[in-house]
Design a binder for this molecule. Sequence first.
Ligand SMILES: C[S@@+](CC[C@H](N)C(=O)[O-])C[C@H]1O[C@@H](n2cnc3c(N)ncnc32)[C@H](O)[C@@H]1O
Length: 293
Amino acid sequence: MPSALPQRPHIGVPPIKCQGIKTKLVPFILSQIVWQQTSDATWIEPFLGSGVVAFNRMPHRAVLADANPHIIGFYQAIQQGKIDRAEVQKFLAEEGETLRQQGAEYYYTLRDRFNQTASPLDFLFLNRACFNGLMRFNSKGKFNVPFCHKPQRFSQSYITKISNQVGWVAQRMTGKDWKFRVADWQETLQQAKPNDYVYLDPPYIGRHADYHNRWNLEDAEKLAAIAQQLPCGFAVSMWLENRHRQNEHIQQCWSNLDIHPHQHFYHVGSHEKLRSAMTEALIIKPGYSHALE
Ligand SMILES: C[S@@+](CC[C@H](N)C(=O)[O-])C[C@H]1O[C@@H](n2cnc3c(N)ncnc32)[C@H](O)[C@@H]1O
């Protein structure tokens, strides 16, 4: 019997934010995917990002990979018990207080420290101190997002929320055979075997180009060609259309697969009232999804 997920499950939120994070789309994504998870089967995510899809899917066995070593290093540190909820709480309370007292200057001191040491705790701090979800590295691989001008950001409730998210992720990993890997997507896909399932969430073509996150039409076409040769089931997240245009790449490279559309709204800038509609697609290998409506 294919394993379907329960209706409208509670969606957990991971501590790391990134461009293209799928938190709001997780119920849709997981409800479309059909995968019979045998004991030797592996969930494979070559573009892990925040990890929100895998952490909510909760496979027994997984290969969770990303080209960004800081994302993977952060989750490895949690998995190895080097970072836990209590330590994060203490760290954010101390660093948040110094930020409150010293403002932007301290943000840049901490950013320099991170760019020298690559500490996972500093990474978390910067990820949550800068504008939420912005993760960008310069041509030398150095984190270069400017300060968000909110020195009061680390309130008690914000710190508790982030610490709880770390605790949640740690608890999700416990007892699971999950391998976190720094790898290019092509290397990760080479491991796929017939019973596995691959979830692909590549960056948007031509957007967010930085040291760890570059993606152009050539990459996208190569991914389409290689994915369609996979020996197992797979699903790909991609934008399908917005008010202005359609994603022609889908027509060109993925049109012979099952395309599951889902409309959602996102806020434009910081203005709550400006909402824009976007239709996302989950492109699924035939035979690995629930019937299209
Ligand atoms: C759209 S995000 C994934 C978002 C994720 N599904 C989530 O919900 O948080 C794309 C990810 O691909 C990673 N990435 C970019 N180029 C890559 C490559 N060549 N190989 C592997 N990962 C790559 C980026 O670092 C980024 O984390």
